[in-house]
Write a protein that binds this ligand. Structure first.
Ligand SMILES: [Zn+2]
Ligand SMILES: [Zn+2]
Length: 350
Protein backbone atom coordinates (compact mmCIF):
# COMPACT_ATOMS: atom_id res chain seq x y z
CA UNK A 1 0.00 0.00 0.00
CA UNK A 2 1.08 3.60 -0.31
CA UNK A 3 1.41 5.78 2.78
CA UNK A 4 -1.81 7.62 2.01
CA UNK A 5 -4.27 4.88 1.06
CA UNK A 6 -7.45 4.76 3.12
CA UNK A 7 -7.98 1.77 5.37
CA UNK A 8 -11.67 1.80 4.66
CA UNK A 9 -10.94 1.23 0.96
CA UNK A 10 -8.79 -1.77 1.75
CA UNK A 11 -10.71 -3.33 4.64
CA UNK A 12 -14.40 -2.26 4.49
CA UNK A 13 -15.15 -3.95 7.83
CA UNK A 14 -12.33 -2.15 9.66
CA UNK A 15 -13.56 -0.74 12.92
CA UNK A 16 -15.97 -3.47 14.04
CA UNK A 17 -15.05 -3.79 17.71
CA UNK A 18 -16.57 -5.67 20.62
CA UNK A 19 -18.66 -3.18 22.58
CA UNK A 20 -17.89 -4.59 26.04
CA UNK A 21 -14.73 -4.65 28.14
CA UNK A 22 -13.12 -7.33 26.01
CA UNK A 23 -10.80 -7.26 23.05
CA UNK A 24 -9.65 -9.55 20.28
CA UNK A 25 -6.03 -10.67 20.39
CA UNK A 26 -3.65 -13.20 18.85
CA UNK A 27 -2.03 -15.07 21.72
CA UNK A 28 1.10 -17.25 21.94
CA UNK A 29 0.35 -19.87 24.59
CA UNK A 30 3.45 -22.04 24.11
CA UNK A 31 6.59 -21.75 22.00
CA UNK A 32 6.54 -23.34 18.55
CA UNK A 33 2.73 -23.27 18.41
CA UNK A 34 0.53 -21.12 16.17
CA UNK A 35 -0.94 -17.99 17.75
CA UNK A 36 -4.52 -18.44 18.95
CA UNK A 37 -7.28 -15.94 18.13
CA UNK A 38 -8.99 -15.05 21.42
CA UNK A 39 -11.42 -12.66 23.01
CA UNK A 40 -9.86 -11.61 26.32
CA UNK A 41 -10.31 -8.82 28.90
CA UNK A 42 -9.17 -5.40 27.77
CA UNK A 43 -6.12 -4.27 29.80
CA UNK A 44 -6.31 -1.26 32.14
CA UNK A 45 -3.49 1.21 32.61
CA UNK A 46 -1.73 1.29 35.97
CA UNK A 47 0.22 4.31 37.24
CA UNK A 48 2.38 5.94 34.53
CA UNK A 49 0.71 3.85 31.81
CA UNK A 50 -1.73 4.68 29.03
CA UNK A 51 -4.35 2.55 27.31
CA UNK A 52 -3.84 2.63 23.56
CA UNK A 53 -6.32 1.67 20.86
CA UNK A 54 -4.15 0.02 18.24
CA UNK A 55 -4.44 1.08 14.61
CA UNK A 56 -1.73 -1.21 13.23
CA UNK A 57 1.15 -3.37 14.40
CA UNK A 58 4.09 -4.40 12.27
CA UNK A 59 5.34 -7.98 12.29
CA UNK A 60 9.06 -8.28 12.84
CA UNK A 61 11.56 -11.12 12.51
CA UNK A 62 11.99 -10.90 16.29
CA UNK A 63 8.35 -12.01 16.66
CA UNK A 64 9.28 -15.07 14.65
CA UNK A 65 12.28 -15.76 16.91
CA UNK A 66 9.93 -15.56 19.92
CA UNK A 67 7.27 -17.81 18.40
CA UNK A 68 9.94 -20.31 17.29
CA UNK A 69 11.42 -20.48 20.81
CA UNK A 70 14.79 -19.03 19.77
CA UNK A 71 14.36 -16.18 22.25
CA UNK A 72 13.84 -18.10 25.43
CA UNK A 73 12.40 -15.76 28.05
CA UNK A 74 9.00 -14.54 26.89
CA UNK A 75 6.07 -14.48 29.29
CA UNK A 76 3.23 -16.89 28.57
CA UNK A 77 0.55 -16.44 27.47
CA UNK A 78 1.93 -13.60 25.35
CA UNK A 79 0.49 -11.12 22.88
CA UNK A 80 3.45 -10.48 20.53
CA UNK A 81 4.04 -7.34 18.47
CA UNK A 82 6.30 -4.32 19.06
CA UNK A 83 5.73 -2.03 16.07
CA UNK A 84 2.55 -0.36 17.27
CA UNK A 85 0.75 2.74 16.09
CA UNK A 86 -2.30 3.72 18.11
CA UNK A 87 -4.32 6.37 19.87
CA UNK A 88 -4.22 7.15 23.58
CA UNK A 89 -7.62 6.32 25.02
CA UNK A 90 -7.09 6.40 28.79
CA UNK A 91 -4.45 7.88 31.09
CA UNK A 92 -3.18 6.08 34.20
CA UNK A 93 -2.30 7.98 37.37
CA UNK A 94 0.56 10.43 37.04
CA UNK A 95 0.76 10.53 33.24
CA UNK A 96 1.84 14.00 32.15
CA UNK A 97 3.65 13.35 28.86
CA UNK A 98 0.56 12.44 26.83
CA UNK A 99 -3.03 13.48 26.39
CA UNK A 100 -6.19 11.67 25.37
CA UNK A 101 -6.38 11.33 21.59
CA UNK A 102 -2.61 11.59 21.02
CA UNK A 103 -1.20 9.43 18.25
CA UNK A 104 1.71 7.36 19.58
CA UNK A 105 4.18 4.75 18.46
CA UNK A 106 5.17 1.91 20.77
CA UNK A 107 8.38 0.00 20.10
CA UNK A 108 10.43 -2.84 21.60
CA UNK A 109 11.76 -0.91 24.63
CA UNK A 110 8.83 -0.88 27.07
CA UNK A 111 10.50 0.07 30.35
CA UNK A 112 13.92 0.66 31.90
CA UNK A 113 14.88 1.08 35.57
CA UNK A 114 16.56 4.47 35.15
CA UNK A 115 19.00 3.63 37.96
CA UNK A 116 21.45 0.97 36.82
CA UNK A 117 24.88 1.86 35.46
CA UNK A 118 23.68 1.44 31.87
CA UNK A 119 20.67 3.71 32.34
CA UNK A 120 22.82 6.31 34.07
CA UNK A 121 25.35 6.45 31.26
CA UNK A 122 22.85 6.77 28.41
CA UNK A 123 22.77 3.08 27.46
CA UNK A 124 19.22 2.28 28.53
CA UNK A 125 19.09 -0.25 25.71
CA UNK A 126 21.35 -2.43 27.91
CA UNK A 127 19.36 -1.97 31.17
CA UNK A 128 19.42 -5.14 33.31
CA UNK A 129 15.79 -4.70 34.31
CA UNK A 130 14.38 -3.59 30.96
CA UNK A 131 11.02 -4.85 29.77
CA UNK A 132 10.29 -5.41 26.11
CA UNK A 133 6.98 -5.01 24.32
CA UNK A 134 5.53 -8.24 22.99
CA UNK A 135 8.10 -10.25 24.98
CA UNK A 136 7.99 -9.63 28.76
CA UNK A 137 4.78 -7.61 28.50
CA UNK A 138 1.90 -7.87 26.06
CA UNK A 139 2.26 -6.19 22.69
CA UNK A 140 0.33 -5.15 19.66
CA UNK A 141 -1.30 -8.19 18.05
CA UNK A 142 -4.54 -7.03 19.70
CA UNK A 143 -7.10 -4.26 19.64
CA UNK A 144 -5.73 -2.52 22.73
CA UNK A 145 -2.56 -2.47 24.79
CA UNK A 146 -1.14 -0.61 27.76
CA UNK A 147 2.28 1.05 27.69
CA UNK A 148 4.38 3.26 29.93
CA UNK A 149 3.76 6.82 28.77
CA UNK A 150 7.46 7.74 29.00
CA UNK A 151 8.29 5.00 26.49
CA UNK A 152 5.65 5.95 23.91
CA UNK A 153 6.84 8.02 20.97
CA UNK A 154 4.50 10.95 20.25
CA UNK A 155 3.74 10.95 16.52
CA UNK A 156 2.58 13.71 14.18
CA UNK A 157 -1.00 13.15 12.91
CA UNK A 158 0.44 12.40 9.43
CA UNK A 159 1.82 9.10 10.83
CA UNK A 160 -1.73 7.77 11.22
CA UNK A 161 -1.24 4.93 8.73
CA UNK A 162 -0.24 1.25 8.93
CA UNK A 163 2.55 2.14 6.49
CA UNK A 164 4.44 3.78 9.36
CA UNK A 165 4.27 0.84 11.82
CA UNK A 166 7.52 -0.73 10.49
CA UNK A 167 9.40 2.43 11.48
CA UNK A 168 8.96 1.44 15.14
CA UNK A 169 11.41 -1.47 14.97
CA UNK A 170 12.71 -2.19 11.49
CA UNK A 171 13.28 1.52 10.98
CA UNK A 172 14.70 2.18 14.41
CA UNK A 173 17.07 -0.77 14.63
CA UNK A 174 18.23 -0.10 11.09
CA UNK A 175 18.94 3.50 12.05
CA UNK A 176 20.86 2.51 15.20
CA UNK A 177 22.90 0.04 13.13
CA UNK A 178 23.57 2.69 10.52
CA UNK A 179 24.77 5.18 13.12
CA UNK A 180 27.28 2.61 14.37
CA UNK A 181 29.11 2.37 11.05
CA UNK A 182 30.23 5.99 11.54
CA UNK A 183 29.78 8.99 9.29
CA UNK A 184 32.99 8.37 7.31
CA UNK A 185 31.73 5.10 5.77
CA UNK A 186 30.83 5.75 2.13
CA UNK A 187 30.34 2.23 0.74
CA UNK A 188 28.01 0.21 2.93
CA UNK A 189 26.98 -3.40 2.42
CA UNK A 190 23.57 -4.54 3.67
CA UNK A 191 23.13 -8.30 4.13
CA UNK A 192 19.47 -9.31 4.03
CA UNK A 193 17.24 -6.88 2.18
CA UNK A 194 13.95 -6.87 4.07
CA UNK A 195 11.98 -4.47 6.23
CA UNK A 196 14.93 -2.80 7.99
CA UNK A 197 17.07 -2.50 4.87
CA UNK A 198 14.38 -0.93 2.71
CA UNK A 199 13.95 1.89 5.24
CA UNK A 200 17.65 2.32 5.97
CA UNK A 201 18.61 2.68 2.29
CA UNK A 202 16.38 5.77 2.03
CA UNK A 203 18.28 7.48 4.83
CA UNK A 204 21.70 6.36 3.62
CA UNK A 205 21.10 7.46 0.05
CA UNK A 206 19.96 10.88 1.18
CA UNK A 207 23.36 11.21 2.83
CA UNK A 208 25.07 10.21 -0.41
CA UNK A 209 26.14 6.71 0.65
CA UNK A 210 26.59 3.86 -1.81
CA UNK A 211 24.59 0.81 -0.83
CA UNK A 212 25.63 -2.71 -1.82
CA UNK A 213 22.71 -5.10 -1.22
CA UNK A 214 23.32 -8.79 -0.55
CA UNK A 215 20.40 -11.21 -0.54
CA UNK A 216 19.82 -14.92 -0.20
CA UNK A 217 21.38 -16.60 -3.22
CA UNK A 218 19.01 -16.37 -6.19
CA UNK A 219 16.48 -14.06 -4.50
CA UNK A 220 15.90 -11.99 -7.62
CA UNK A 221 12.78 -10.37 -6.14
CA UNK A 222 14.71 -8.86 -3.21
CA UNK A 223 17.54 -7.90 -5.57
CA UNK A 224 15.15 -6.07 -7.91
CA UNK A 225 13.58 -4.39 -4.88
CA UNK A 226 17.00 -3.15 -3.69
CA UNK A 227 17.81 -1.87 -7.18
CA UNK A 228 14.51 0.02 -7.32
CA UNK A 229 15.44 1.77 -4.07
CA UNK A 230 18.80 2.88 -5.42
CA UNK A 231 21.34 0.22 -4.43
CA UNK A 232 24.44 0.70 -6.59
CA UNK A 233 25.10 -3.05 -6.64
CA UNK A 234 22.99 -6.10 -5.80
CA UNK A 235 24.07 -9.71 -5.59
CA UNK A 236 24.03 -13.03 -3.82
CA UNK A 237 25.44 -13.15 -0.28
CA UNK A 238 27.99 -15.75 -1.37
CA UNK A 239 29.52 -13.38 -3.92
CA UNK A 240 32.22 -10.79 -3.20
CA UNK A 241 31.30 -7.16 -3.90
CA UNK A 242 33.07 -5.49 -6.86
CA UNK A 243 35.03 -3.24 -4.49
CA UNK A 244 36.00 -3.41 -0.79
CA UNK A 245 33.35 -1.87 1.48
CA UNK A 246 33.80 0.61 4.35
CA UNK A 247 31.14 -1.05 6.46
CA UNK A 248 28.64 -3.91 6.53
CA UNK A 249 25.31 -4.25 8.30
CA UNK A 250 23.94 -7.76 8.67
CA UNK A 251 20.17 -8.07 9.11
CA UNK A 252 19.80 -11.71 8.03
CA UNK A 253 19.97 -14.06 11.07
CA UNK A 254 22.71 -16.09 9.42
CA UNK A 255 25.98 -16.54 11.38
CA UNK A 256 28.15 -17.50 8.37
CA UNK A 257 27.52 -13.99 7.00
CA UNK A 258 29.78 -12.57 9.74
CA UNK A 259 33.10 -13.88 8.39
CA UNK A 260 31.84 -13.21 4.85
CA UNK A 261 31.14 -9.56 5.70
CA UNK A 262 34.51 -9.23 7.47
CA UNK A 263 36.14 -10.38 4.23
CA UNK A 264 34.08 -7.89 2.22
CA UNK A 265 35.11 -4.83 4.26
CA UNK A 266 38.34 -2.93 3.84
CA UNK A 267 40.96 -2.12 6.52
CA UNK A 268 39.37 -0.09 9.32
CA UNK A 269 35.94 -1.34 8.29
CA UNK A 270 33.05 -2.06 10.62
CA UNK A 271 30.67 -5.02 10.62
CA UNK A 272 27.41 -4.54 12.53
CA UNK A 273 25.07 -7.40 13.43
CA UNK A 274 21.62 -5.79 13.50
CA UNK A 275 19.51 -8.78 14.55
CA UNK A 276 18.54 -9.99 18.01
CA UNK A 277 19.24 -13.62 17.16
CA UNK A 278 21.64 -15.26 14.74
CA UNK A 279 22.70 -18.82 13.98
CA UNK A 280 26.18 -19.77 15.19
CA UNK A 281 29.11 -17.92 13.68
CA UNK A 282 31.65 -20.33 12.19
CA UNK A 283 35.27 -20.22 13.28
CA UNK A 284 37.31 -17.86 11.12
CA UNK A 285 40.95 -16.87 10.57
CA UNK A 286 42.22 -13.88 12.54
CA UNK A 287 43.50 -12.53 9.26
CA UNK A 288 40.00 -11.40 8.19
CA UNK A 289 39.60 -9.31 11.36
CA UNK A 290 43.13 -7.93 11.09
CA UNK A 291 43.55 -4.35 9.83
CA UNK A 292 41.62 -2.79 12.72
CA UNK A 293 38.26 -4.04 11.61
CA UNK A 294 35.43 -3.79 14.15
CA UNK A 295 32.71 -6.36 14.76
CA UNK A 296 29.80 -5.47 17.04
CA UNK A 297 26.15 -6.19 17.69
CA UNK A 298 23.25 -3.79 18.09
CA UNK A 299 21.04 -4.48 21.10
CA UNK A 300 17.58 -2.96 21.39
CA UNK A 301 17.24 0.83 21.18
CA UNK A 302 17.20 3.95 23.28
CA UNK A 303 14.44 6.53 23.30
CA UNK A 304 16.99 9.02 22.02
CA UNK A 305 17.46 6.84 18.89
CA UNK A 306 13.71 6.64 18.49
CA UNK A 307 13.05 10.36 18.66
CA UNK A 308 15.96 11.20 16.34
CA UNK A 309 14.95 8.58 13.79
CA UNK A 310 11.24 9.41 13.77
CA UNK A 311 12.00 13.08 13.22
CA UNK A 312 14.31 12.23 10.33
CA UNK A 313 11.79 9.77 8.87
CA UNK A 314 9.17 12.53 8.81
CA UNK A 315 11.55 14.97 7.10
CA UNK A 316 12.74 12.68 4.29
CA UNK A 317 9.91 11.42 4.28
CA UNK A 318 10.55 7.67 4.49
CA UNK A 319 8.14 5.55 2.45
CA UNK A 320 7.52 1.92 3.23
CA UNK A 321 6.47 -1.03 1.13
CA UNK A 322 4.01 -3.04 3.19
CA UNK A 323 1.94 -6.18 2.87
CA UNK A 324 -1.18 -5.88 5.02
CA UNK A 325 -2.86 -8.65 6.97
CA UNK A 326 -5.81 -8.63 9.35
CA UNK A 327 -5.34 -9.37 13.05
CA UNK A 328 -6.64 -12.95 12.77
CA UNK A 329 -4.15 -13.59 9.95
CA UNK A 330 -1.10 -13.07 12.20
CA UNK A 331 0.07 -16.67 11.67
CA UNK A 332 0.01 -16.17 7.90
CA UNK A 333 1.89 -12.90 8.35
CA UNK A 334 4.60 -14.67 10.38
CA UNK A 335 4.80 -17.40 7.74
CA UNK A 336 5.31 -14.75 5.06
CA UNK A 337 8.35 -13.43 6.95
CA UNK A 338 9.66 -16.95 7.52
CA UNK A 339 9.44 -17.71 3.81
CA UNK A 340 10.91 -14.35 2.84
CA UNK A 341 8.53 -14.15 -0.07
CA UNK A 342 7.31 -10.57 0.43
CA UNK A 343 9.33 -7.47 -0.37
CA UNK A 344 9.43 -4.85 2.37
CA UNK A 345 7.52 -5.06 5.66
CA UNK A 346 4.52 -6.97 6.98
CA UNK A 347 1.83 -5.19 9.01
CA UNK A 348 -1.32 -6.25 10.83
CA UNK A 349 -4.18 -3.80 10.46
CA UNK A 350 -6.23 -3.99 13.63
ZN1 LIG B 1 18.49 0.30 34.06
ZN1 LIG C 1 11.47 -5.91 15.92
Amino acid sequence: MSNNESLIDIFPDHGTLPADDTMRAMVLENPREPLVYKVIPKPHPTARQVLVKIIACGVCRTDLHIVDGELTEPKFPLIPGHEIIGIVLELGLGVEELELGDLVGIGWLAYTCGKCKYCRRGQENLCDDALFTGYNIDGGFAEYTVAYAEFCFPLAPSFNSPAYAPLLCAGLIGYRSYQMVGTSAERIGIYGFGAAAHILIQIARREGKEIYAFTRDGDVVAQAFATSLGAVWVGNSSVAPPIKLDAAIIFAPVGPLVPKALEDVDKGGTVICGGIHMSDIPCFAYEILWGEKTLRSVANLTRKDGNAFLELAGQIPVKTETSLFRLHEANEALAAIRNGRLAGAVVLVI
